[in-house]
Design a protein around this ligand. Structure first.
Ligand code: TRP
Length: 329
């Protein structure tokens, strides 16, 4: 069976972009593939998170994943740092990563340019840690966004190099999992770009009704069409894109018709949009809050995930060490 794996850094809460971009697909995929979903807390250390916030941010994502519908009994849901085998494998795989190629990685160059005061070695070898995450479970399919494609390519390079060096085939070369038409890019509410955690243009799964309404009502619009069937500017198209994923098809059609006949009132559209977003996210919000109160449950989930992930990781680590020449005394 194909093995699917994906990691997410614990920085900020999940927003509608995460939900429609990946999470909703993960929820379906967990029943169709052997899935590993994890929180990449080690990766997030490159930016030195505040110790007081660190644990909470990991807990939040775990609760949000569970509340949205990931089933820890079905998928393997774990915290990266709970798998010590990852750190050991990372040391081994670092020996197959060359400084020059790491320095040429786009994400490294970007981060080094943005934060010249914190160009640490962990940042440089970030792609090696990511390759470790993938290869240690011998995942074949990795759902990644555009920004992670180069990292995935690097995992293939490391896999190939290791396999060639030792004349083995223990590491399959992971491919991108393409959601195809299931992948919906969610725009931000500020009229440009996509919904992101840092851009402050997002609606979060944990937002309450008042916050959602306020954010939607504040979304940027223009003064409305003046000619029938006129071309829609991007910020209006964005509202329709959102509506398309949360509202009923006839609701979307109703507002499209209104737009095309120049009778649209953006206030009405936004009110409907906010209501339909709330219908989707408020039940998830309730569950997040419930789950976050239940430390026993979270501990059980984390332990179960660690147990399953460690079993798979240890198997690969043992084999890799054997290839390298480690022997028991
Ligand atoms: N680097 C990924 C990101 O920032 C997170 C991540 C870490 C990951 N390890 C992974 C994603 C392994 C897929 C597979 O989004």
């Amino acid at each position: 069976m194909e093995i699917v794996l994906s990691g997410i850094r614990p920085t900020g809460n999940l927003h509608l972009g995460n939900y429609f971009g990946a999470l909703r697909n993960f929820i379906k995929m967990q029943y169709e593939y052997k899935c590993y979903f994890f929180i990449a807390d080690l990766h997030s250390l490159t930016t030195h998170p505040k110790p007081d916030d660190f644990h909470g941010s990991i807990k939040n994502i775990l609760a949000e994943y569970l509340a949205a519908g990931l089933d820890p009994e079905v998928a393997t849901l774990f915290i990266q740092s709970h798998i010590p085998e990852v750190s050991e494998m990372y040391v081994l795989l670092n020996m197959f990563a060359y400084k020059g190629e790491l320095e040429r990685t786009v994400s490294f160059k970007e981060k080094a340019r943005k934060h010249p005061d914190n160009v640490n070695a962990g940042l440089l070898t970030y792609p090696v840690l990511m390759a470790t995450d993938i290869l240690i479970h011998r995942a074949n399919k990795v759902p990644v966004g555009k920004d992670q494609e180069q990292h995935l390519e690097y995992s293939r390079i490391i896999a190939r190099r290791f396999n060639n060096m030792y004349g083995t085939s223990i590491f399959p070369e992971p491919e991108a999992f393409n959601f195809g038409s299931d992948l919906i890019k969610i725009p931000g509410l500020d009229g440009n770009g996509k919904m992101g955690k840092s851009e402050n243009n997002g609606i979060f799964l944990i937002d309450d009704e008042k916050t959602i309404c306020k954010k939607v009502m504040k979304a940027v619009t223009d003064s409305g069409p003046t000619k029938p069937d006129s071309h829609m500017p991007e910020m209006i198209q964005n509202l329709f894109t959102l509506m398309q994923v949360v509202s009923a098809p006839d609701t979307v059609q109703y507002f499209r018709d209104k737009y095309n006949s120049c009778e649209i009132r953006y206030g009405d559209l936004k009110k409907q949009l906010a209501e339909d977003i709330c219908k989707l996210t408020l039940p998830i919000r309730e569950r997040i809050i419930e789950i976050l109160k239940d430390d026993d449950y979270l501990r059980r989930v984390a332990n179960l995930g660690a147990e399953k992930a460690r079993e798979s990781a240890l198997k690969t680590l043992r084999e890799a060490k054997k290839c390298i020449g480690f022997k028991e005394f």
